[in-house]
Design a protein around this ligand. Structure first.
Ligand SMILES: *[C@@H]1O[C@H](CO)[C@@H](O)[C@H](O)[C@H]1NC(C)=O
Length: 104
């Protein structure tokens, strides 16, 4: 549940932009043990998330979330995409623009 709250907060932050953000597509589907959402904004921002609860009803109950944020740099027109998995191993983002930790 903590993950869900964090992701709802991230989602809200992504949507709350200082200038008027026109939503061109928004789909939200929430079931008791899984959910998905898609949001596309006129400026090219795309936010996608799919989540599922696993080990429901056990002490190992956990949310597993797959998603991505993608946005276009206003100046260069370059698109940046971050894909992530968030699960019991933490938040694991991946993107061509993100640094990769050196192998220990
Ligand atoms: C949740 O899972 C059910 C069963 O697999 C599926 O039919 C449904 O589309 C899923 N819903 C979401 C929001 O992912």
């Amino acid at each position: 549940m903590k993950f869900l709250i964090v992701f709802v907060a991230l989602f809200a932050m992504a949507v709350a932009r200082p200038n008027e953000a026109e939503i061109v597509r928004q789909d939200v589907d929430v079931a008791p043990e899984n959910w998905s959402s898609n949001l596309e904004i006129r400026d090219g921002t795309i936010i996608v998330q799919e989540g599922v609860l696993k080990n429901v009803g056990t002490e190992h109950e956990a949310a597993v979330v797959h998603g991505s944020f993608s946005w276009v740099d206003e100046k260069t027109g370059e698109r940046f995409t971050t894909n992530y998995v968030a699960d019991e191993n933490g938040y694991q983002p991946q993107g061509a623009h993100l640094p990769v930790a050196p192998v220990a």
